[in-house]
Design a protein around this ligand. Sequence first.
Ligand code: NAD
Ligand code: TYD
Length: 356
Amino acid sequence: MSILVTGGAGFIGSNFVLDWLAQSDEPVINLDKLTYAGNRENLQSLNGDPRHVFVQGDIGDSALVADLLAKHQPRAIVNFAAESHVDRSIHGPEDFIQTNIVGTFRLLEAVRAYWGGLQSDARQSFRFLHVSTDEVYGSLGKDDPAFTEAHRYEPNSPYSASKAASDHLVRAYHHTYGLPVLTTNCSNNYGPYHFPEKLIPLMIVNALAGKPLPVYGDGQQIRDWLYVKDHCSAIRRVLDAGHIGEVYNIGGWNEKPNLEIVHTVCALLDELRPRADGKPYKEQITYVADRPGHDRRYAIDARKLESELGWKPAETFETGISKTVQWYLDNQAWVSNVQSGTYREWLEKNYTGRNA
Ligand code: NAD
Ligand code: TYD
């Protein structure tokens, strides 16, 4: 038995693979294109481990996926592969359409053919778990109730629209062809191996480098934060016990405005790695022009997952963010290795001349 994980060299995917193999000897076939966001260094501790088979390739490469399925006969697929950064989707949506929509479609087609050819037992126990986001539900007002699984889809960025399209395809493959799918929609993750283009790792890395901490707009946009390892445990739980065709929201009940997040990161760094001049890191905060179409608030109602499948996060925001800041302090080599030329080009494109 084995599982096929796509996008397993990215932030959440690599945490998932590491956690999976820390708890089980069931092999993982890891298919990842290694875009700018994919990093084999995240999986370095698995070098030489026969339980981890890494394949560099695209979920949209139908022949490659068909070959992998035929060769390894996985009992499940967990689909993390995606373009995942909203700001990049604003600058260039094409890759998001190609991977998140066309790629997911091709993956589903290859999986449908493979699943259709399985023996009855294997066919029944097979699962396709699609990893999605709360951003497909759109933006909430200050006093609106949190997103349930029944909330209508109202995606507002090219990223969330492409993820919404992929969710719809997954749903359609269940209703039309009977493919045994599960979909999870999770809130914002943070933790180890998070690429420093996203809010929390960008703030840690910039703070330590003495650079400005760019807060978009008024910094009062609210996100609901979940420690990445809790997302991974929720996915494992849904894979084990989720009901076919169902959607599960995953969240940590941790709504926070962005400015509060940045202040928390600064305060932790003040304590753990004080600035040489003794001043607080929050002096580096700079307000920059807002993101176009910026969603004001996300909040996840995770009661279905908690009550039906008995899942609970292990970390509070306070414990998770301390671990995260400490991880970045302990892994400065990883941080400097991801700051390639293309990373610097991205910072240039997104932040230069972006005055409030
Ligand atoms: P990431 O950008 O860090 O990693 C994505 C990975 O997918 C990379 O390793 C990349 O090389 C790979 N990839 C991209 N295109 C591919 C393709 N065509 N074929 C194969 N591999 C490809 O993303 P992440 O933050 O780890 O997110 C993983 C999944 O979780 C995504 O589907 C995302 O929408 C979803 N999600 C993310 C968050 C979050 O806060 N990061 C929250 C909820 C859901
Ligand atoms: P991000 O980490 O990009 O995740 P998402 O847009 O998918 O929620 O951003 C989290 C929040 O932080 C979002 O409201 C945008 C904001 N933000 C900043 O204020 N400054 C930044 O430099 C970045 C990258 C994000």
